[in-house]
Ligand binder design. Structure first.
Ligand code: FES
Length: 154
């Protein structure tokens, strides 16, 4: 099934419903993991809106992504407690190991690295989160060890 057919299937229940932009965006993101330009065009067509109107809604909400994410999303906390206890070193180590900066995805699509504000686990600072798993009291060697575990898992 090509992308257009897949989108047509996901979007069928929203046909002509101009007010359904958010649920339509959510459904497509759930299916594809992000919102490529073609998906925005199709959503606009299905709802009877312009592409700009759909983009206007999508960019307003932080939950929507326009870039593909890696299989694993690694988040580094940059809240004050984590920063003071060494999160810049954690980011540096990730950059050295994976060759990408925060906000980027590795070429093999395995990892996306993101920076986040306080994760609410300051007692464990500095904190790194992989998918939904929290790793506390992070150090550079621990970053390497954790990455090794994810590499080994596939
Ligand atoms: S500052 Fe990092 S968890 Fe609060």
């Amino acid at each position: 099934m090509n992308l257009r057919e897949e989108l047509a299937r996901v979007l069928a229940p929203f046909q002509g419903q101009k007010g359904a932009t958010i649920p339509a965006l959510q459904k497509v993101q759930e299916k594809l993991g992000y919102l490529p330009e073609e998906a925005i065009s199709e959503i606009a067509k299905f709802l009877g809106l312009s592409k700009n109107e759909v983009y206007g809604v999508a960019t307003f909400y932080a939950q929507f992504r326009f870039e593909r994410q890696g299989e694993h999303v690694i988040r580094v906390c940059h809240g004050t407690a984590c920063h003071v206890r060494g999160s810049p070193r954690i980011s540096e180590t990730l950059e050295e190991e994976l060759g990408i900066k925060e906000g980027e995805t590795t070429k093999d699509n395995k990892y996306t690295v993101e920076g986040i504000a306080c994760f609410g686990s300051c007692a464990l600072a500095p904190v790194m989160v992989v998918d939904n798993k929290i790793y506390g009291r992070m150090t550079a060697p621990k970053v390497k060890q954790i990455l090794g575990e994810y590499q080994g898992a596939k």
